[in-house]
Ligand binder design. Sequence first.
Ligand SMILES: [Zn+2]
Length: 278
Amino acid sequence: MRLAARLVGQRWDRSENLVFIASYLADSINSECGFSRTKHSESQFMRPLSQRGIIGHSSRVIGHSVLGAPLEVFECTSTSAQALIFAGIHGDEAETTLLLSRALRLLSPEQLASDVVLALNPDGLARGTRGNANGVDLNRNFATTSWSSDPTCFRWDREGNRDVVLSPGVSPASEPETTALVKLVADRSPSIIVALHSPLECIEEPARSTVGAWLSLQTGMPHVEDIGYPTPGAFGAWALEQGHSAITYEMPNDQPFRMIEAIHQPAVISLLCGKFPR
Ligand SMILES: [Zn+2]
């Protein structure tokens, strides 16, 4: 009805209708699965619109990038976080940082129940490169049993071959961004860790969990055990080997951001507020 009204209305706003269609499709998918998607109305949030230009949570510096940028964690006020959520480990996935930042800025410090790292690879985000300033793919630099010194490759275009080369580092955990995250996980010992990536549109989790299944239902994205090719030295594999439950949340990037946010912000806010099934 709302869409039809817009179609015959005085003003055609394509992006608004895309957001509406995206929300409708997400609700339909979840309805078919017998699941009701989490709703977040403006009244649920304590921060008024006028205050959302800045982050209202205190941060702690957990290290520095190769070029000296501070690596920050926004910690919840509780001594134990419900989850750790981080974005921007790949510098060419800036939409992950934007989505997480906008969700975080909706919440007051009292509402935040998880720890948040907005930009794990600030040098890569500033340069627009997947790797850090040393040309290392940080998501191949963790000290897993499978870590390999062989170059790692990625796609220049989504449809292309994986023939763009990066280094996995000179040794496991050779990069300051990697060691900062490893230390944060050791310090806070989160039971759930969610790494935001794009653009593969799936919830990837080698050891399926209730949270992963819930995220799949929330977003309409498939819940998969792998992404179809080896990823030696990836954070998810490292976390699993260390006994943590880690989820790789691959959001899309080929749609208007408003449409992506309409589908994915409710799930991210639920993670931030600790409101998800265990
Ligand atoms: Zn990525």
